[in-house]
Design a protein around this ligand. Structure first.
Ligand code: NAD
Length: 498
């Protein structure tokens, strides 16, 4: 496909949003906000308005929460196998519309089509994975004691709120919503205001595949209005959130009066530690991929590169050379790797770190660009105390720091408020094992970039989050575990007052 062909196709898919806007979906019906308000969503590539989006307030969120509550009892009673078949039908329908999803997502987020086409298929995979777990989601343990048999089991929690960010919004929405549905919960989804389009496609796909009305409701709007109202709503039993650490703190406070169960997947400043004995070719490929794919707007990006001093010059020179060859361009150009960042405000934030890093004394290569475009940037000669090494930039900016010993590498890796992911490159097995024991991160990859295996736990330590997704961990969040104890004999009961 050429850029021209993709532009034509994208225009066809986007025409309906330009015409009809992006309504909420409440109780199976497309609806505007009660007070009729809307906001614009724009294409990062040129700032063109793509659609008018419903700007929901507390009244709209209340209606969505009530719809989710009304649908809960019937949905929770669906047999697991019936739920499994329906979730597979949703996955089939996502696959059938993968091209539309990828093109719309690329235009709404600025992410390169080469990655977004895979994001749609990964979304389908998320549904299939949790579909197959649905029949056993309620299972538990049998625990015996003298004179007693205990049976644990799980029941779906109730209506839950899902709040998602603007980086890879389609994939992340499926990752959060599929397990909630498989568990038997009903959902109110509030997508990011900067990238609302594919969330609309997703709920339509699900209902088209046979999901009953009210099981999945969509409310669009800002975080402070719609998001806040969702986290404060008394009928919403839990909130699954993906976004910034500062927003996670706010959600904790907002959810406190109604004692919300929370799962927070937050920011990261993930170290990739490269020892001189590593396969440096593979380490370079992985480091480049994890910071410059998805525009660097990725929570598990390898944004801090720690390299053993003897290999530092060689390794960073190689990265700089490769980074300069990465194609920056229109997200629908099949050759593009780095597209425009999500919006002008975010591009300004990312650029401010380029200025700041230089002012702090690090050497910058790359990073040019106009508007929302920021070319791959590499800082060398940085120290861990610099803002570019401590703060989440969430763009294609890599900060490289040398180290001399394993202990120094470890202390640099841990000396940051975040603890989402870490990557270790070495051919020394004992060193790898020892480091994995001591690195403060929820997920560690050894001699690998981020390759997800869906049954494994996903989540962060420290300021990177609370709780885990993936496999059975997702069900622990979306379900209540209960214990039922049976007496197996006629044990003596204290006879008070006898
Ligand atoms: P954000 O926190 O600004 O927004 C995320 C969502 O929260 C949006 O839908 C927003 O409208 C909503 N929101 C904002 N304020 C709210 C409030 N007071 N109450 C309720 N909802 C509110 O994050 P972002 O800028 O959209 O996304 C980027 C961030 O997401 C980065 O920090 C990134 O690391 C993080 N992220 C984490 C993971 C992970 O799995 N750990 C994955 C992807 C992204």
């Amino acid at each position: 496909m050429t850029l021209e062909v993709n532009l034509k196709k994208a225009a066809d898919y986007l025409a309906r949003f330009a015409r009809e806007g992006v309504p909420n979906q409440i109780g199976g019906k497309a609806e505007p906000a009660a007070d009729g308000r809307t906001f614009e969503t724009r294409a990062p590539v040129d700032g063109a308005v793509l659609a008018q989006v419903t700007r929901s307030g507390p009244a709209d969120v209340d209606r969505a929460a009530r719809a989710a509550d009304a649908a809960f009892r019937d949905w929770a009673a669906w047999p697991g196998d019936k739920r499994r078949k329906l979730l597979h039908r949703i996955a089939d329908a996502i696959e059938a519309r993968a091209e539309e999803i990828a093109l719309v997502e690329a235009m709404d987020t600025g992410q390169a089509l080469r990655f977004m086409s895979k994001a749609a298929l990964r979304g389908a995979e998320n549904f299939r994975f949790f579909a197959d777990l649905a029949p056993t989601a309620r299972d538990g343990k049998t625990l015996r004691a003298d004179g007693q048999i205990n049976m644990t089991g799980r029941v779906p929690l109730g209506p839950v709120g899902i709040i998602t960010p603007w980086n890879t919004p389609f994939m992340l929405s499926t990752w959060k919503i599929a397990p909630a549905l498989a568990a038997g919960c009903t959902v109110v989804h509030k997508p990011a205001e900067l990238s609302p389009l594919t969330a609309r496609l997703l709920v339509e796909i699900a209902e088209g595949a046979g999901l009953p009305p009210g099981v999945w409701n969509l409310v669009n709007g800002t975080g402070e209005e719609a998001g806040r109202a969702l986290t404060e709503h008394p009928l919403i039993r839990a909130v699954g959130f993906v976004g910034e650490s500062a927003t996670g703190s706010k959600i904790m406070a907002q959810g406190a009066p109604t004692l919300k169960r929370l799962h927070l997947e937050l920011g990261g400043k993930n170290p990739v530690i490269v020892f001189a004995d590593a396969d440096l070719d593979r380490a370079a490929d992985a480091a480049l991929f994890m910071i410059y794919s998805l525009n660097g707007e990725r929570c598990t990006s390898s944004s801090r590169l720690l390299v053993e001093r003897s290999a530092y010059e060689r390794f960073t020179a190689r990265l700089a050379e490769r980074a300069a060859r990465i194609k920056v361009g229109h997200p629908l150009d099949p050759e593009t790797v780095v597209g425009p960042l999500i919006d002008p405000g975010h591009a300004t934030k990312v650029r401010s770190y380029l200025t700041r890093g230089k002012a702090e004394g690090a050497k910058l290569t790359g990073g040019s660009g106009e508007g929302c475009f920021v070319a791959p940037a590499l800082f060398t000669g940085a120290t861990n105390a610099m803002a570019i090494a401590q703060e989440e930039i969430f763009g294609p900016v890599l900060t490289a720091i040398p180290f001399d010993t394993e202990d120094e590498a470890l202390s640099l890796a841990n000396d940051v408020r975040y603890g989402l992911a870490a990557y270790i490159w070495t051919s020394d097995l004992t060193r790898a094992l020892s480091l994995t024991d001591r690195i403060e991160a929820g997920m560690i990859w050894v001699n690998s970039e981020n390759v997800r295996h869906l049954p494994t736990p996903f989540g962060g330590a420290k300021a990177s989050g609370l709780g885990r997704d993936g496999g059975d961990w997702s069900f622990d969040f979306y379900m209540e575990t209960r214990n039922v104890a049976f007496a197996t004999g006629r044990h003596a009961i204290p006879k008070l007052g006898a």
